[in-house]
Design a protein around this ligand. Structure first.
Ligand SMILES: *Cc1c(COP(=O)(O)O)cnc(C)c1O
Length: 378
């Protein structure tokens, strides 16, 4: 079956109650009739909720279906999920190669927490491709990817990087939030651990935080172990919202991506704009990798203003009426984020012609969004 069909049919209740959706089970303790049953339940069942109550099991099943994964671990946020993927990929002290564009709180984890575990982060150009081989030493433990890159939307050559990693026995992990696992499947491209923030497209309604990590084969066993070791958990109420969001993900992402591409093309011709950074544009430097690995556009992209200061970029954002100024993306409502304050790059310093603004395109009418952007730019 196609992914769109699996999204609708995976993770539905299997009991005979006839409910279309699994109910929310709020619990910490699940009582057992005897001590023997508590420690050795037959058939196997949970007696404590950290492993997740309904509908989180159904959510995990649906996400496994989407990625064709053997295990899915849920986490309290997307950030926690990316960190769990990194911790699953790293076995001991050494070095981890990190894409220079990673989401900035992930960068902070790599800089501040990994050294406490004896792991040194080494940042690399996201466009490095198979030349990542030059950075691999006997100390390399893992490679962290993110595609497209946060804020600046570089596409990585995931299969090339994974081939090099596998040849050196190095594990790979990716932050796959932009594709939501639907526009691209990193596990099929060779990545060991794929993490995404469910807060973004899967949730889709800006009303909770959550994250997921998926893996196959032996990596699935490692992931299961690390998730339990770190006490990761997602509340069943948030699991319900995530699963509900998953049912309409394909339709929302299609609309948001289509709107975004129309706007990206129109903004490209605007005299005040130097560059539009959406990988689905033919002008994007990584467009060929995008068309090879992705099945369609998502709705989040950036543009670089021409000779406009960061401060004036913020003023343009404040002129927008339909775009809220805010963090996050992937909701039903459009957002704008002036990003210059967040650009922290060391391997490839960012060089923009002017202020960088990121847009998350929602489900509004595209002509209304275009008119709003044009008036703010004017
Ligand atoms: C938002 C985001 C995260 C973190 O997700 P939260 O659910 O907000 O913790 C991680 N990676 C990327 C690329 C993001 O945009």
């Amino acid at each position: 079956m196609k992914r769109e069909t699996r999204l609708i049919h995976a993770g539905r209740p299997k009991d005979d109650k006839g409910l279309v959706n699994a109910p929310v089970e709020r619990a910490s303790t699940v009582l057992a009739p005897t001590t023997a049953e508590l420690y050795n339940p037959t058939p196997p069942r949970r007696h404590y909720a950290r492993g997740g109550m309904a509908p989180n099991g159904e959510l995990r099943e649906a996400l496994c279906g989407l990625y064709e994964a053997d295990h899915c671990a849920l986490a309290s946020s997307g950030l926690a999920a990316v960190i769990l993927a990194i911790r699953s990929a790293i076995e001991g002290p050494g070095e981890v190669l990190v894409s220079d564009t990673v989401y900035s709180p992930v960068r902070r984890f790599c800089n501040e927490e990994l050294p406490r575990l004896g792991v040194t982060p080494i940042y690399y150009d996201p466009r490095i491709g198979e030349d990542i081989a030059d950075l691999i030493t006997d100390q390399t433990r893992a490679i962290l990817l993110e595609s497209p890159g946060s804020l600046t939307f570089e596409i990585q050559d995931i299969p090339a990087i994974c081939r090099v990693a596998q040849a050196h026995g190095v594990k790979t992990a990716i932050d796959d939030t932009w594709s939501a696992g639907l526009l691209m499947n990193p596990l099929a491209l060779g990545v060991d651990f794929a993490a995404q923030s469910l807060t973004k497209y899967v949730g889709g309604h800006s009303d909770f935080l959550g994250g997921a990590v998926v893996a196959r084969g032996v990596n699935a066993d490692t992931l299961k172990d690390r998730a339990s070791l770190y006490g990761q958990h997602m509340s069943p109420d948030d699991g319900f919202l995530a699963l509900r969001g998953l049912r309409t993900l394909a339709m929302r992402l299609e609309r948001s991506g289509r709107n975004a591409l129309i706007l990206a093309e129109r903004l490209e011709g605007h005299p005040k704009i130097a560059r539009v950074l959406h990988p689905a544009l033919a002008s994007h430097p990584d467009h060929a990798l995008y068309t090879r690995d992705f099945s369609g556009p998502a709705g989040c992209f950036s543009f670089v203003l021409d000779g406009v200061s960061a401060r004036d970029g913020e003023a343009i954002a404040e002129r927008l009426q339909l775009f809220g100024i805010g963090f996050s993306w992937g909701g039903y409502e459009s957002l704008v984020l002036p990003c210059d304050r967040q650009l922290k790059r060391t391997a490839v310093p960012w060089q923009g012609e002017g202020a960088l603004l990121r847009l998350s395109i929602g489900l509004e009418d595209v002509d209304d969004l275009l008119a709003d952007l044009e008036q703010a730019l004017a």
